[in-house]
Design a protein around this ligand. Structure first.
Ligand code: GCB
Ligand code: CA
Length: 850
């Protein structure tokens, strides 16, 4: 068995065009365009390679195994179709022997298509990257071999039906095949190895197998007494080696090896999860499989690295979402000790298609057979939020009826298949926060209910999370519950001391998770939770602060941990001390310096699992704090420039450098030089540009001597409001800065010493008004044109721009910057936006003395 990942040529297009082919290596995806374009390429593409087969393989059976091709693959050898596979996340094996030549090179052509609406997933909040993005293997075996024609599996299935502290039973089922033209006598040897490598048992059996026949054997080895149990804390792996010999000449024909583990577990509606007889909280996380800028074309070591990072964080459970993943993931889960839920991608809605349902069943069988032997896996899943789009798309009961019927039918069908394939593991399904699932009957099908809950993110209050679960438990006390998703987005450039739902500040994500995690941890009936998501992942259709990236990760796309990663680590790790100053996501700080003050005091949080922590600023103690919920918060008096924060507890320390830029509350001739006063108008957030590192401070109301938006007139004050959008603002690298605005402003004012200033106004029309008025911008066209929000701009009473209309100047949701050189008069700069259509607005403002 060897990889054939190199020497491939690739071209997009409906027909293979030899001119367009470029060299690539596998793993490969053609969809790195998903990082820049909502309409990433979904269509057909071709891979080609010449494959020279050694003469010595003439008497062998030749197979290709693809670990995954997204979404549909047609495999051609020397122009002949050798096989097809549907589904972008499961492996498949194709016997190419009849198509091969051993004298001349073979041409391997693979047609790949990622524009299918009949193959799961048809919908979902992630990019459907196309390509051959996992390894390809060339397998050559003698004519007598273990079956490779069984749903991408290797033909050997090992289960551990009964496990206790005193005894572990195992059961081995396997099939072999004779592709020769004569009958052969074979010997099958199963050897069981202990975790230390010593042999525990060896079982032999002989079999006569006719040409062209399959033979299935079953072995029930003697139970292992006092097995070393597998658990996340003790991932002891036994090993079963299954060998095939030619009875006559004792030649080895085939050999496969599997790690197995002895563990037992139980999901309970009242008492939560238990592992090996003890209550056990599933401290989990969901994982998507991509990494910017590589898409899903990750090497095995990148996959393994993710599991190691999770392990470092203290994770003992993973929801492999929303689809089966690389074999490297499962192997690493077994070895590192991470329990797993794996699922197939049936998401949002079940389309009306028998072919779709068949492919779902097929993919479910493939997943189970391919990953059956992994002790890490405890549950299989098959649907995610399947009523979400159903409910949105079909409003009336009548319209919903047929969709619900086929959804239920598919769920029942898959549940049956799942139990048939694997009677030893549990079944799971993930719902979104609606009781509808129960009322339509989906709640009674699987063993476990997963709830994807976002109270305090997509709507509602944080507290509603607790209440929802309480209510579910009250109504359905026998349903074992996993919080299968919860999370909030964050953007490292946004920070707030008054974090708000959906502001994408680092601080709101922390607040949200600091609420959710203790509820999961402290509620006995909740089996556990799987945070959404481990990584910031590719979701090409998303806008928000970081377009095309879903930013709910605990680590960034490049796997650098966010500070909140250490909250989890502090909560999950009991075996080591954890201490982390939670400000690595905010090292370039700014803040308002009050008149007469030399320092700006701001809170800094420390995440730790120790009871007490002391914080030092530039060597000076700021005192000790008791920790609660693994956090301690200190008020830190920052001065200008670089300074050192050091946290200490017991024998452990953590230190970071912070760069601080004070912004004077009152601008005077003594402090104004060198100040670049930048305000994130309409926002509670500090915004630091990645491009310039300049920090835009949160907006504030004007007070005499200072600066801010004006609300003298109480009637107008009610109209003046903060506005925001989740739509991407283009033509800027500072998208989030423009996504918030203040509208219906009375004015903006800076009280500053007289002199010459550079004033910059930032606009993006995020309102998409369709009002039509007769006022003509430019002129000459006649008739009415659609005119967006428009206003005259006045500075210190002087009109500097007539009828400024950002949406007609640049288009809606596009960034505009206007810079003016203006004098301050009577110690002030006053800006007025006099509305002539719709409403006035301002997204950002910046002032600098020349
Ligand atoms: C969900 C979905 C998941 C999304 C997530 C989100 O409920 O199951 O695929 O990515 O919410 O971030 O909105
Ligand atoms: Ca791989």
């Amino acid at each position: 068995m060897r990889t054939i990942n190199s020497g491939w040529l690739f071209a997009k297009g409906v027909q293979p065009d030899s001119a367009a082919f470029t060299p690539v290596c596998i793993p490969h995806t053609w969809n790195t365009d998903a990082y820049t374009d909502k309409k990433y390429y979904r269509g057909t593409a071709w891979y080609q390679k010449t494959l020279t087969l050694s003469e010595q393989w003439k008497d062998k059976q030749i197979f290709l195994r693809f670990e995954a091709v997204s979404q549909v693959a047609d495999i051609y050898i020397n122009g002949q179709l050798a096989g097809q596979h549907k589904g972008g996340y499961t492996a498949f094996t194709i016997d190419i022997t009849p198509f091969c030549s051993f004298s001349i090179p073979n041409l391997l052509t693979i047609r790949v298509d990622n524009a299918q609406d009949n193959v799961p997933p048809i919908s979902g909040d992630f990019t459907f990257f196309g390509g051959i993005y996992r390894d390809i293997w060339l397998i050559t075996v003698p004519k007598q071999h273990f079956c490779l024609n069984n749903n991408g599996s290797d033909g050997i299935f090992i289960s551990t039906p009964h496990v206790s502290e005193s005894e572990g039973t195992l059961f081995i089922k396997g099939s072999l095949r004779n592709d020769a033209t004569t009958q052969t006598e074979l010997e099958i040897i199963n050897t069981l190895y202990a975790p230390d490598g010593s042999i525990i048992q060896r079982l032999h059996r002989t079999v006569k197998i006719a040409p062209g026949e399959d033979y299935t054997f079953k072995e029930s080895p003697k139970p292992v007494s006092n097995p070393q149990l597998w658990s996340p804390e003790t991932p002891h792996l036994y090993r079963v080696e299954t060998t095939l010999l030619n009875r006559k000449n004792r030649q080895q024909l085939d050999c496969v090896s599997h790690h197995i583990g002895f563990r037992w577990y139980h999901f309970d509606g009242e008492n939560g999860f238990s592992l090996n007889g003890k209550p056990y909280k599933l401290n989990g996380i969901c994982r998507h499989q991509d990494q910017k800028p590589f898409g899903v074309a990750l090497s095995d070591e990148m996959h393994r690295r993710d599991i190691l990072l999770m392990k470092e964080m203290g994770v003992n459970f993973i929801r492999i979402s929303h689809y089966p993943q690389d074999p490297a993931i499962l192997e690493q889960c077994d070895k590192q000790g991470i329990l797993a839920w794996e699922e197939i991608p049936i998401i949002d809605i079940v389309p009306e298609s028998e072919e779709y349902a068949n492919t779902c069943e097929q993919n479910l069988r493939e997943m189970i057979r391919q990953h059956y032997n992994h002790p890490a896996i405890i549950t299989w899943g098959y649907m995610n939020e399947i009523l979400l789009v159903t409910q949105r798309q079909y409003k009336t009961q009548e319209e919903q009826k047929p969709v619900l019927e086929r959804t239920l039918a598919l769920a029942h069908r898959l549940e049956k298949v799942l139990k048939e394939e694997d009677p030893y593991r549990n079944s799971t399904i993930a719902f979104h926060g609606s009781n509808h699932y129960n009322t339509v009957g989906l709640g009674n099908i699987t063993d476990i209910i997963g709830w994807n809950l976002y109270q305090g993110w997509y709507g509602g209050e944080l507290k509603s999370f607790d209440l929802f679960l309480e209510e579910q438990h009250r109504q359905y006390p026998s349903h074992p519950i996993i919080v299968s998703e919860y999370g909030a987005g964050s953007d490292r450039r946004l920070h707030s001391f008054e974090p708000k739902c959906f502001d994408f500040s680092i601080e709101y994500q922390q607040k949200y998770l600091e609420h959710y995690l203790p509820v999961i941890t402290d509620t006995p009936y909740i089996c556990g939770g799987t945070h959404w998501n481990f990584i910031d992942f590719s979701a090409a259709l998303r806008d928000e602060a970081t377009p095309r990236i879903n930013n709910k990760g605990l680590v960034y796309s490049n796997r650098t941990p966010k500070d909140v990663f250490y909250y989890y680590k502090a909560m999950f790790r009991k075996d080591i001390p954890v201490l982390h100053i939670a400000s690595r996501d905010w090292t370039h700080r700014a803040g308002i310096l009050q008149k007469g003050a030399t320092r700006v005091t701001q809170p800094v949080k420390v995440y730790t699992n120790l009871p007490e922590v002391e914080l030092f600023l530039n060597g000076q103690s700021l005192g000790k704090k008791q920790c609660e919920n693994c956090t301690a918060s200190f008020n830190v008096p920052f001065r200008e420039g670089k300074q050192l924060l050091l946290a200490k507890s017991k024998n452990i320390e953590d230190a970071i450098e912070v760069y601080f830029s004070p912004v004077p509350a009152q601008l005077t001739k003594d402090n104004i030089n060198g100040i670049e006063l930048a305000v994130n108008v309409g926002s509670n957030c500090f915004y630091t540009s990645d491009e310039s590192q300049l920090t835009w401070v949160p907006d504030q109301p004007y007070t005499p001597g200072s600066w801010g938006y004006i609300t003298h007139d109480t009637a107008k004050r009610e109209n003046n409001r903060e506005e925001s959008t989740q739509t991407e603002i283009t033509l800027t690298g500072d998208n989030p800065l423009y996504q918030t605005a203040r509208s219906r402003l009375e004015g903006y004012q800076f009280d500053v010493p007289n002199g010459i200033y550079e004033l910059e106004l930032l606009f993006a029309d995020i309102f998409q008004t369709s009002e039509k008025i007769p006022y003509l911008l430019g002129s000459g066209q006649g008739g009415t044109i659609s005119l967006g929000n428009a206003f005259h701009i006045l500075i210190n009473g002087q009109q500097v721009e007539e009828a400024c209309c950002p949406s007609s100047e640049s288009g809606t949701f596009r960034a505009i910057k206007k810079r003016f050189i203006v004098p301050a008069k009577e110690n002030k700069i006053n800006i007025q936006l006099k509305t002539i259509n719709g409403k006035n607005f301002l997204n950002g403002i910046k002032l600098r003395k020349l």
